[in-house]
Design a protein around this ligand. Sequence first.
Ligand code: AMP
Ligand code: ZN
Length: 110
Amino acid sequence: MQDCIFCRIVSKEIPSKIIRESEQVIVLQDIAPKAPIHFLIIPKKHIRDLSSCDSQDSSVLSDILMMAQALSKEVPGAENFKLLVNNGHSAGQRVFHLHFHFLAGKVFSE
Ligand code: AMP
Ligand code: ZN
């Protein structure tokens, strides 16, 4: 999708700080971090939001969760982490290309 910022980051058309990359997934440093560690785990394939996923997306969704586990093991200070998806505008979604926020490095309140 040409007008999607995350598709343009995936295709390296827009520069970003890439933390990790696998066949189906890319991990970026969030540009406006809300925790000492704030990454975005993003499917390379354009998917609008979690509600748009179907059974064909189960493999990429699984890769996203396993990527979160790998980050937790490999990034110092990320043993405990929060994984967050904003699904839809009212829930706070502003970029309509599915992404999971990976947050760590502080004590989170309820
Ligand atoms: P959401 O509100 O769940 O859609 O989250 C969008 C996230 O993308 C926010 O945390 C933004 O700070 C982040 N973001 C937007 N543009 C970029 C960018 N070019 N590089 C990295 N993170 C970005
Ligand atoms: Zn996209």
